[in-house]
Structure formats: C-alpha cells, structure tokens
Design a protein around this ligand. Structure first.
Ligand code: PMP
Length: 370
C-alpha cells in the first residue's frame, strides 16, 4: 500500500516497530524548513523566525488533533523514552504499576529512581480495583512491541481514575498504527514516538491532560520556558512551553506534522485493516514451519527458531534484503523469565506488501529446515 511514496531501495523492510520509513512529503517538509525559514522559533521577531514559530505551532495543533487532544496538552519530545522520563522525574508517585511486557524505557527509569514497582502479568481489572490507590501511577503499554498484544487501556485508565491514581500510556506501538483518542481513553499522560509514525528521527510527543499539568515538573529548565527571571529565581511558563526549554527540533516537529497529515489522508482504520491482513498471512504461512511464533495482535510477529539463533536468522534474512530485528527487543525481563534469549521480529506498516510477506514466510520456512 502506497509503497511508491517511500524512497528506499528495493528491500523488504520489516522493522517498523523500531523505526518507520518516511514518505517524500515528510522529507520535503523537513527540507523546506532548512531552505525557506531556517530561523529560531519563539525568539527573534524577524519574519523568518515568525514563520518558523507559526509552522511549529501548526505542527503541534495537527499532532494534538491526531490523538483528539488540544494544542495546550501536547509537548514535543525526542520520543517515548523522553516522555516517560519526563513523567517519572517530574511527578511525585509512591508506586508504579507495570505489566511484564513493558519496554525498558518504561522500567529502567523507575528502577533508577527507586520507585516501588508492582509487576503484573497483564491488566487484571479486579487486581487494579483492589490494589491501586491515591499516589500510585498505572504506567502501561497499549500495544506490545514484542508480539502486538493489545491491552485494554481504556478500562484500566477508568479504574486508575476512580481509585485516585494517575495513568500513563506508552503508545509507541499504537498511535502509529490504529485510531487513538485521548477523549475516549481518558489517560493522564500518553507518550509516543514520531519516528515510528512516519516522522523524522528523534521526534515524539507527551500528552498531559489539563487536570494534571500542575502536578508535573519539567525534565529540563532553561531559555524559552521562562516568563521572567531574577538573580534569585524564575517564573516558568505554563505547559507545554514551560516544559520545552532550549531551541526545539523545528525541522523534525514540522516533519512530524506532515507525517500526521499523511496518515490522516489515508485513514488509520484502513492502515489497521491492512496490517491485520498481512499479519494473518504471516501467521498462516508459518503454521507448518518448525518455529515458535509469538503474535497476539496486528503488526508484529516474533519468531523463535530451533535450527539457528535469532542473530544468525537475522543475518541470513538481511543477506536476502529482508530487514528485521533480532534479540530481546528491550523487554529483557519477559525473555529472562522464560529462559530464552530472543526472537526475530517482523513488524509492519502501511507500506508493506503481500510480496514482503511472501518473501519473509518463504525464507523463514527455509531457515527452519536448516
Ligand atoms: N515503548 C515501546 C513499546 C517501544 O516499542 C519503544 C521503541 N521500541 C519505546 C517505548 C521507546 O521508544 P523511543 O526509542 O522512540 O523512545
């Protein structure tokens, strides 16, 4: 679907859970910043700078709209990791509730900060109702980067809210692939990555609901985020500007705005259906193969081989121009607990084709017979 919009040599790209490809439109938008209005946003008053400010704020509006939020509820970040770190370091919480599938980006920071973690297999509503209390944070992924498992974050956020706890969704693998609305899920925080949703690398966003903005402190302090300062203190701007000090990645964020426009033009339901179809084809294609397949939802299929290691398998596939990721996919505890050392992961996006799937299935079958 729309493969011709994406400039890349003729390869089978199956690593979109790590980083998606970008359409020409996004690349053009990034270039336009450098060519036409390469100024500071939000600072100087000349016309180049004003144009940069205007484009940046338009991008913020587009990205916020894309998740049903308002412009005043979205700060730009370098990705999901920075979003989660912002919450971890800027919110006062007693305990954090995590599932066993959390990415290291939603685990390491809590461990480093010494926050008590409650590890859960999944989102058990009875458990959440009885255990969550005021001062806690439910911090969970929406879609697993390991096997595509989808968690019912809507119900979980409702319970967190009822119990007086905060909620944070790691939407790194959901916002790029399915319709997502903060108005129907009603979380307090949502972190996501632009580079997994056709945007430039090192871009992302953190949604912070109006009602919790006062509870959060910024990760960084500095110029552009202060209303006024004296030798003894400073008056910080409100969210989001007060949380985004220093010169912003204007090229990247305006590119992210273009990515969102591109996704909206196609339609997220359509993208989701396309990925569901291709995922089914991979799973069906591997039914008879001597491999173990981990797939609990659309877009992501992990494969463990008996015949070769995941590293050898990925190298073999790479030599045949099939780009996958091998290893533990930053979900080490899940693998360590089961005593095995990783999988080959195929992850899809809208530009993948039936031919990509056929090629992957064919080569995996061959590998399983080695
Ligand atoms: N959470 C999940 C579920 C992910 O898949 C990833 C990236 N693989 C991250 C967090 C981290 O994202 P980033 O590296 O873009 O900050």
């Amino acid at each position: 679907m729309y493969r011709e919009d994406f400039p890349l040599p003729d390869v089978t790209y199956l690593d979109s859970a790590c980083m998606s490809l970008r359409p020409e439109k996004v690349i053009e938008k990034v270039n336009r910043y450098y060519r036409e209005y390469p100024g500071c946003s939000g600072r100087s008053s000349h016309s180049i700078s004003q144009k940069a400010s205007k484009e940046l704020e338009q991008a913020r509006r587009k990205v916020a709209n894309f998740i049903d939020a308002s412009r005043g509820e979205l700060m730009f970040t370098s990705g999901t990791t920075e979003g989660i770190n912002t919450v971890a370091r800027g919110l006062d919480v007693e305990r954090v509730f995590l599932t066993e599938r959390e990415h290291n980006s939603n685990r390491a920071v809590w461990q480093e900060l010494g926050v008590e973690t409650v590890n859960m297999e999944g989102l058990d509503t009875d458990f959440l109702e009885s255990e969550l209390r005021e001062g806690d944070l439910l911090s969970v992924l929406h879609v697993s980067n390991l096997d595509g498992k989808v968690f019912d974050v809507e119900e979980a956020c409702r319970i967190a809210d009822e119990q007086g706890a905060y909620s944070l969704i790691d939407a790194a693998q959901s916002i790029p692939h399915r319709p997502f609305s903060v108005q129907s899920i009603e979380p307090d925080f949502v972190a996501f990555s632009g580079h997994k949703m056709l945007g430039p690398s090192g871009t992302g966003g953190l949604y912070v609901a109006k009602k919790v903005q006062e509870d959060l402190s910024p990760l960084k302090y500095g110029g552009g985020a202060v209303e006024n300062s004296s030798f003894s203190g400073n008056e910080r701007k409100s969210f989001p500007q007060g949380f985004e000090p220093g010169l912003k990645n204007i090229a990247g964020f305006t590119g992210l705005g273009a990515a969102v426009e591109y996704l909206e033009d196609i339609g997220m339901e359509k993208i989701q259906r396309h990925e569901e179809k291709l995922t089914d084809e991979i799973v069906r294609g591997l039914e008879e193969a001597d491999v173990k397949v981990f797939c609990e939802g659309p877009g992501i299929v992990s494969v463990a081989f008996n015949s070769v290691t995941h590293g050898e398998a990925a190298q073999y596939l790479d030599r045949r121009d099939i780009k996958v990721r091998a290893g533990r996919h930053c979900v080490h505890p899940w693998f360590n607990d089961r005593n095995f050392d990783g999988t080959v992961r195929a992850s899809l996006h809208l530009y993948n084709t039936e031919e990509d799937v056929e090629k992957f299935v064919k080569e995996v079958r061959k590998l399983s017979r080695l």
